[in-house]
Design a protein around this ligand. Structure first.
Ligand SMILES: *Cc1c(COP(=O)(O)O)cnc(C)c1O
Length: 393
């Protein structure tokens, strides 16, 4: 019998055939170097818990105290009755941490892109977007109704050529790039992109989701890394990666930030972040401002791991950050590799299309400050043994 939902099973079967079906594993413990995954104790090599803050005692305590004082829910959107002093304090602290005029706290990094992009440009405008930008940037661009022109990945020359060819047809222009590209671990040439925006009077926005807490002095992000303070109009950030919690932020020019408070749709129409989350984020800012120790340990762990993986013969791409892609190419091979690693007690998920291009499947290892030298050695041994067994190295 024909049925209006037959397509669903067909599509799911197609994904399975192509090796692109996501089998979602379930975590039964707090985040950390070791996790209980599907009931098994394994070394965690794939979460975004860069600094180990997701279960840090200071953040946990701050969240508990906030629940005692403010309860669990915000009960409203920010513009009606949902703005607590905690939200305002987080905005003040983030502006200070990033060295910008103002910041707006949002519910997630994804929602930050949906807030900012459609509020900044519309139908008469043009967006120049790096071809490898994150899905939430792509969706924000589409929602804005602006013309979207993609420039070659991390290529300021191509950006300028596109600007010269197209800008004359539009009112305002906005250049958007990821700061750190999460699948490859390379970084945007922000200094060169900035020069192009200067020459052509364009707005510049960077999504620093994987740069905050990682790049720059004490994890202040990509703008700090390049010393471009005051020159990037909008920095998007997330509290769900190095900060270990949940939430988003847009930071930068005070006028723009105020405009987002007036016209950012997820800000106006989706409830505020919870008190526990916001209080934990504040504790994370405290920790980062107090000491650079965690950021330094993250980098030394990542440098060690990458060097040893190369010595074993793995192709780790061209990452310049702690993100370590292990390039395998074929999606089925990547999934088999991930399954065998799991058998060896290492949790590292395979990534395939549409997260990465077809034929560029990989295992993306996320090194953390939480990993001990023993953890890293154990992970390397598992990679070596699976890599030999599957004929990769
Ligand atoms: C992870 C990520 C996001 C989404 O952040 P969430 O807070 O998890 O919603 C947005 N942009 C980029 C570049 C990211 O890597």
């Amino acid at each position: 019998m024909e049925n209006k939902l037959n397509w669903v099973q067909e599509q799911l079967d197609e994904l399975k055939q192509a090796g692109l079906y996501n089998t979602i594993r379930t975590i039964g413990s707090a985040q950390g170097a070791w996790l209980t995954v599907d009931g098994k104790r394994v070394l965690d090599f794939c979460s975004n818990n860069y600094l180990g803050l997701a279960n840090h005692p200071r953040l946990v305590q701050a969240a508990k105290d906030a629940v005692d004082r403010y309860g669990v829910g915000p009960a409203a959107v920010r513009t009606i009755a949902g703005t607590m002093d905690l939200h305002v304090e987080l905005e003040r602290r983030m502006a200070q941490f990033k060295g910008v005029e103002d910041a707006i706290s949002l519910q997630s990094g994804f929602s930050a892109n949906l807030t900012v992009i459609p509020a900044t440009v519309g139908k008469e405008d043009v967006i120049f977007s790096d071809e490898l930008n994150h899905a939430s940037i792509i969706d924000g661009c589409r929602l804005s109704g602006a013309k979207i022109i993609r420039f070659k990945h991390a290529d300021a020359g191509d950006l300028e050529a596109q600007v010269k060819a197209h800008m004359k047809d539009y009112r305002r222009g906005l250049v958007i790039s990821d700061g750190v590209f999460s699948m490859d671990g390379d970084i945007a040439p922000l200094d060169k992109l900035y020069e192009v925006t200067q020459r052509h009077d364009l707005m510049l926005m960077v999504d620093d989701a994987h740069g905050e807490g990682v790049l720059g002095r004490g994890g202040r992000g990509i703008v700090d890394h390049f010393g471009l303070h005051g020159k990037v109009d909008i920095e998007i950030g997330t509290f769900s990666k190095a900060f270990g919690v949940m939430g988003g932020v847009a930071a930068g020019n005070a006028g723009l930030i105020e405009w987002f408070r007036q016209r950012g749709r997820p800000f106006l129409f989706s409830s505020a972040a919870t008190p526990a989350d916001v209080a934990a984020c504040l504790a994370a800012v405290d920790l980062l401002e107090e000491s650079t120790e965690l950021v330094e340990r993250l980098w030394s762990n990542a440098d060690f791991f990458k060097k040893e993986m190369k010595a074993l013969g793995f192709d780790t791409g061209h990452s310049v950050t702690p993100i370590t892609p292990v390039m395998l190419g074929d999606a089925k091979l990547a999934r088999a590799f991930s399954r065998e690693l799991f058998e060896e007690g290492v949790f590292a998920m395979a990534l395939g299309f549409p997260t990465v291009p077809v034929g560029k499947a990989r295992i993306r290892v996320m090194i953390s400050a939480e990993h001990s030298m023993d953890d890293l050695e154990q992970g390397l041994a598992a990679f070596a043994s699976v890599g030999k067994r599957l004929g990769v190295v």
